[in-house]
Design a protein around this ligand. Structure first.
Ligand SMILES: [Ca+2]
Ligand SMILES: [Ca+2]
Length: 497
C-alpha cells in the first residue's frame, strides 16, 4: 500500500516530519527512483563533528505485514568514514524495532529493502504486544561521522510503502518475498514442480506467479505449494485469480488447484482444511482469468466439524497438483495473481452492469460447486454489457450455469434485469437467485428466495429481491447469515426422466 507521499512526488516533505540534526533531508529530482522526486539525505563533516539527517512519519498501521523502501548510496567518501543508514519502527510501547541498518555502504544503484513483520519481530526479539495499539512511527535516519578527517555521505530514498494482509500478494516485488514455496509429496523421480515469478504470468501490474507441474510415468505425482501465514482476525474472505496457461494431458490424470488453510486438533497437531479443490481443464475457461474466493466462515465451520480449533494465525496454501495412473507426459501450467484478503466493500456489486466483462464475477460460488462443467459457458457479448448464461446438457444429464459475487449482509435489496435469449428445451429449466447462508452448525448452504420455470421468452424484466424475502427463505430451516454472503444467479437444466 502506498504511503501518502511515500514516493515524495509532492516535491516536498508533505506527510513526513523533518528532524535533521545537522546535515539535510531534502526532496530533490536527483534523488528519484520513480516519478520526479526522491528523498536526499546528505551530510559533510570534519572530525569530530557529526550530522544526523532524519525524517519520520507516524501513520504505519499497527497491523502492517511488511514494509518496503528503496535506497541508493550516491556518495561515501573520506579516509575513515563511520556512516550509517538506519530505519526504525517505533511503537507507543516505546519499542524501537530496527528494520534495517547498513554501515559504510559503497556508492551504487538503488537497492530494494522489504522486511516482513515476522522478520522484524525475529530480528528484534519482539512479541506482538511490543507493537502497541496506535499507528507506528517510521524513522529514516542517516548518520554522518568520521574517525578522522572529512567524510561525505549522500543517500537517496524513494518508494516507501507497506502492506497489510498478504505480503507481496500481487507478486509486484518480482520474487517470492513473503511467500514460502515448496514441492511436496512427489512420488518417484519422473516428475518436476516449479514456480517462477515473471511478467508473462501477470494479471495486473508487472508480475504474477507461474506454477509448472509435470509427470511422465505412472507412479509420479507433482505438487507445488505456495504458502503464507495469515492472521485470521484480518479478513473475512481471501480471493485470488488463476488462469490455465497450457496443459498436456494425454490420459486423464488427477489434477487441479487446491486451497488449504491449517488448523490444529486437540493434540495441537497441525491439520489442513481443503477450502476449494478445482479440477482444471484446458479450454474450459473462456474468460481466461478466473477468480476464486474463500470465506473464513466456511473454514471455521469446517474446522469445527473436524473437532479442531484455530490459532490466531493460519497457513494459507495454494497448491497445483498432478498425478496419474498411466504413463505418458502430463504437464500443467497455471498463472496465479492478485492474492487479496478483505471484507467485501459495502454498497454496489462490482461490475454489476458487466461493462468490464465478467470482472468481479466468478462461476458458481464457494465450495459446493467451484468449476463450470464442460457444457456451460459464461460469456459477455461484445459491446452489449450483458452477461450471457448458457447451460447445455444431454437427455440424461443436468447442467448448471451460474455467476456469483461475494457481498456484505447489510443489503436492503438486490435488483437486476434479465431476459430469455434462446432455449432449446427438451427438459426443465429454472432460473434461480440464491444467497449463501449457514446452518446452525455453521455449514454453508445456498438459499433460494427466487425460482422461476423458464418456458417463454420474456423481454427484459427487472427483478428485485429484498433481504426480507431472503430471510423468509432462510427461516424455515433455521439458517443464518455468515460474516458475508454471496449472490448467485443461475440456470438449472434438469433432465426429464
Ligand atoms: Ca519518487
Ligand atoms: Ca501482479
Amino acid at each position: 500500500m502506498a504511503i501518502t507521499n511515500g514516493g515524495f512526488e509532492t516535491g516536498d516533505l508533505t506527510g513526513w516530519t523533518n528532524e535533521d540534526s545537522g546535515g539535510s533531508s531534502t526532496v530533490t529530482t536527483g534523488a528519484k527512483r520513480n516519478g520526479t522526486y526522491g528523498l536526499r539525505q546528505y551530510g559533510s563533516v570534519t572530525s569530530p563533528a557529526q550530522a544526523y539527517p532524519l525524517v519520520t512519519r507516524t501513520d504505519i498501521p499497527v497491523n502492517f505485514t511488511s514494509i518496503t523502501f528503496y535506497y541508493k548510496v550516491n556518495e561515501l567518501t573520506g579516509a575513515t568514514p563511520n556512516c550509517y543508514l538506519d530505519v526504525y519502527l517505533i511503537s507507543d510501547e516505546d519499542f524501537w524495532a530496527e528494520v534495517f541498518e547498513v554501515h559504510n555502504p559503497a556508492a551504487g544503484d538503488f537497492i530494494r529493502v522489504t522486511k516482513t513483520r515476522q522478520e522484524i519481530m525475529t530480528d528484534n526479539g519482539m512479541s506482538e504486544s511490543d507493537w502497541g495499539t496506535t499507528p507506528l512511527k517510521l524513522q529514516l535516519a542517516t548518520t554522518v561521522s568520521t574517525t578522522g578527517g572529512t567524510a561525505v555521505f549522500e543517500v537517496f530514498i524513494d518508494d516507501v510503502s507497506y502492506t497489510t494482509g498478504f505480503v507481496n500478494g500481487d507478486f509486484e516485488i518480482g520474487d517470492l518475498t513473503g511467500w514460502s514455496g515448496y514441492d511436496t509429496n512427489s512420488y518417484g523421480a519422473s516428475h518436476s514442480a516449479s514456480m517462477s515469478i515473471d511478467a508473462a504470468s501477470k494479471r495486473t501490474g508487472g508480475y504474477g506467479a507461474y506454477y509448472c507441474v509435470e509427470a511422465w510415468d505412472a507412479t509420479s505425482g507433482a505438487y507445488y505449494t505456495l504458502e503464507q501465514t495469515v492472521t485470521l482476525a484480518e479478513f473475512s474472505t481471501i480471493s485470488f485469480w488463476y488462469k490455465v496457461a497450457s496443459a498436456t494431458i494425454p490420459d486423464d490424470p488427477i489434477r487441479g488447484l487446491a486451497v488449504m488453510m491449517t488448523y490444529h486438533n486437540g493434540s495441537e497437531e497441525e491439520r489442513e482444511s481443503t477450502l476449494i479443490d478445482i479440477p482444471l481443464f484446458v479450454g474450459n475457461f473462456p474468460n481466461g482469468w478466473m477468480k476464486v474466493v474463500v470465506n473464513k466462515a466456511e473454514f471455521l465451520a469446517d474446522v469445527a466439524m473436524e473437532g479442531g480449533h484455530v490459532h490466531a494465525t493460519s497457513k494459507f496454501k495454494i497448491i497445483l497438483y498432478l498425478e496419474s495412473e498411466t504413463t505418458g507426459m502430463k504437464e500443467l501450467l497455471v498463472y496465479v495473481d492478485d492474492v487479496v484478503m478483505d471484507s467485501p466493500a459495502a454498497g454496489e456489486l462490482t461490475n454489476g452492469n458487466f461493462a468490464s466483462g465478467l470482472g468481479g464475477w466468478f462461476p458458481n460460488c464457494a465450495k459446493d460447486c467451484t468449476y463450470p462443467p464442460t457444457d456451460v459457458a459464461y460469456t459477455v457479448e461484445a459491446g452489449s454489457g450483458d452477461a450471457v448464461l448458457h447451460a447445455e446438457g444431454n437427455f440424461y444429464d443436468s447442467a448448471v450455469a451460474g455467476i456469483c459475487q461475494e457481498m456484505t449482509t447489510d443489503f436492503v435489496s438486490v435488483s437486476f434485469s434479465w431476459r430469455l435469449e434462446d432455449t432449446e428445451l427438451d427438459s426443465w429449466c429454472n432460473m434461480l437467485v440464491q444467497f449463501l447462508a449457514y446452518t446452525a452448525e455453521g455449514y454453508p448452504v445456498w438459499v433460494t428466495p427466487y425460482f422461476e420455470w423458464i418456458e417463454t421468452s420474456p423481454s427484459f424484466a427487472t427483478l428485485t429481491i429484498t433481504k426480507t424475502e431472503v430471510e423468509t427463505a432462510m427461516g424455515w430451516d433455521a439458517r443464518v447469515w455468515g460474516t458475508s454472503t454471496a449472490i448467485r444467479i443461475a440456470l438449472y437444466l434438469r433432465p426429464v426422466s
